[in-house]
Design a protein around this ligand. Structure first.
Ligand code: NAP
Length: 277
């Protein structure tokens, strides 16, 4: 007789107590009446491989991965999706029935889905994009913008060589702009994205001059604490269409939840409220 098993998922990180993913996935589990749970799992680098190999034997169907493990899990996974390979990091693991670990990256999917939900006629093909930052989140954003047909991406990062390395890796559609000159390329932009941690609670403010922003430009900030950043406030005052970063977090959870629990969850006002509660 096969024993009835309750499917478990979770988020692996260090630290992990701040993660909003447990609220998100538990909300969906409740909403869809699914018997299961989602737990924050504090795991140090030394124990990462050991923990990942043990979890499938404890009822886990998969996990999300957050700082600092997003790159290291690629060394442990048995299969890596094309998008995780391109981005060079994974945020979603699926523990398959055959015992193999499949690694995926859904950050770019979350980024694009958030913009499409809030700006249904958003068209990344029609004008250049401007990306601030060249860290892990920027990689996911750039890969997904290229995939969505963006013709030109102006990339500005405080540490310029990191932006140049991304251009060398992802190709000619990326044009590196000096951090202090970045205000100059805003005028022609269709989409502007802050992928740096500037503006986040406890970090410095985002202080790039924004007077080049034009009405109708779509401006989004990956920072979601606070929800309304200075960038979004200034962009709104300039007549831009602004989209906060919380939706990206919600949407990036969709593919994992669907693979683990068999239901594709909806991202709506109740989802936002549950995560903000
Ligand atoms: P990361 O890899 O550490 O990269 C940090 C980026 O911020 C780098 O480009 C860094 O520039 C820049 N930066 C940091 N301090 C700066 C300063 N004082 N002045 C100018 N630039 C500065 O981090 P990440 O994983 O890409 O995450 C970046 C942000 O995105 C975080 O706030 C994270 O919470 C957020 N995020 C949100 C979502 C979402 O779902 N909404 C998803 C992923 C990430 P240098 O290269 O010069 O250091």
């Amino acid at each position: 007789m096969t024993e009835h098993r309750i499917p478990l998922a979770g988020v692996i990180g260090n630290p992990v107590a701040h993660s909003r993913s447990p609220r998100l996935h538990r909300h969906w589990l409740r909403t869809y009446g699914i018997e299961g749970d989602y737990l924050p799992l504090h795991v140090t680098e030394d124990h990462l491989a050991q923990v990942l190999r043990a979890l499938p034997h404890m009822g886990f169907v998969g996990v999300n991965v957050t700082i600092p493990h997003k790159v290291a899990v690629l060394q442990i996974a048995d299969h890596i999706s094309d998008r995780a390979t391109l981005i060079g990091a994974a945020n979603t693991l699926i523990f398959r029935k055959d015992g193999k670990i499949h690694a995926d990256n859904t950050d770019g999917y979350g980024f694009i889905s958030n913009l499409r939900q809030h700006v249904p006629d958003w068209s990344p093909q029609s004008a250049p994009s401007v990306v601030f930052g060249a860290g892990g989140a920027a990689r996911a954003v750039i890969v997904s913008l290229i995939d969505a047909g963006a013709p030109l991406i102006h990339l500005a990062n405080r540490t310029r060589p990191k932006a140049e390395a991304l251009r060398d890796e992802f190709g000619a559609r990326i044009q590196v702009v000096d951090w202090v000159q970045a205000g100059n390329v805003l005028e022609a932009a269709g989409t502007v994205i802050n992928t740096t941690s500037l503006g986040m609670v406890g970090q410095s403010e985002f202080r790039v001059p924004l007077d080049g922003l034009r009405p109708g430009t779509v401006v989004t900030d990956l920072v979601y604490t606070p929800l309304r950043t200075r960038l979004l406030d200034e962009a709104e005052a300039a007549g831009c269409i602004t989209v906060d970063g919380l939706g990206m977090l919600l949407h990036q959870g969709v593919p994992g939840f669907e693979r683990w629990f068999g239901v594709r969850p909806e991202v709506n006002d109740a989802t936002r409220a549950a995560v903000l509660a």
